[in-house]
Ligand binder design. Sequence first.
Ligand code: ADP
Ligand code: MG
Length: 335
Amino acid sequence: MAVRDMEDARPEALQGEFRELDQHAARLRFREDGDDFAGLDRAQAKHVPERARHLPSIRSTSMSEPPATSYAKRIDMSSIALEVAGLQKTYHKGGQPLAILDIERFAAAEGEFITIIGPSGCGKSTFLHIMGGFIAPDSGAIRVYGHDVRGPGPDRGMMFQEFALFPWKTVAGNVAWGLEAQGRARAEIEPIVQRYLEMTGLADFRNHYPAELSGGMKQRVALARVLAFDPKVLLMDEPFGALDAQTRETMQEEVMRLWARTRKTIVFVTHDIEEAVYLGDRIVVLSARPGRIKEEVRIELPRPRELEIKKSMRCHEYRNYVWDLIRSEAQKGSK
Ligand code: ADP
Ligand code: MG
């Protein structure tokens, strides 16, 4: 079978398992979204911006509302996987300070799928890299399960748009890399590698080199690699941004299945509004630079989400709503 033909092939044997896990995840999710939440949403309705009220399917919290109230009650604080407070970052360009980010508060609950969107250059990548521990903020705190982040760590896995694979290593070698770096024993590594190769539909390609793979397959390898070292939080920076439209959709489905299966907490940056709506439990919309949280839009589409859901009215409503938010920011940015 040609490599490209594999793009759409999900391992037949795993289909049932995927579905079962998706359904299980959906059940958990609905339980989480039970009475407490509904009650709170009603109580919070007065905070919902006027425009959003006309869209019955959208509930959002506006910037003027203290974020502490919007989360502390909605989400059990003990289940916060990732938390950011008072984060600021300024770069200097030609001796002039350039404020990049100003995030008062951001939190991701355990198992939540958050998408971040905002106009180009608003600091999305910088935000993700700061949470990953690759860039130090000027001020603010970042915590993963209550532990301060002071640099990169195995509790967070990152995935980028570029296919950051080692070209001299095979698919299996690339997936094993993180585990080898952790100094794990060879006998321990192999079954883990095999498990994630199977989970991502790569088992038949374990001895291929990255140059022999299509873009989608390369991102599958990158996904398998990051999942193999079992981070609690996955930080993804436009991971499918370089893929063609069809492959991107296949990968969107794939990442949702893997998320449902592994119950990771995911923070996913994208500039594609449809992608943000389709994937997210919540969309965090950033303002033009300096990036601030302009609005958070809770996406109450049922899960599991088939691709077909993109055609639905509600999906279009969310899309249009977020589009307006970003459009107004992009116009500010260009003034
Ligand atoms: P986004 O991912 O939202 O497009 P980035 O986080 O990549 O935005 O960049 C935000 C802004 O910070 C841009 O104006 C970019 O030019 C600037 N920037 C990013 N990295 C640096 C750096 N190392 N030094 C100076 N400016 C930077
Ligand atoms: Mg970016």
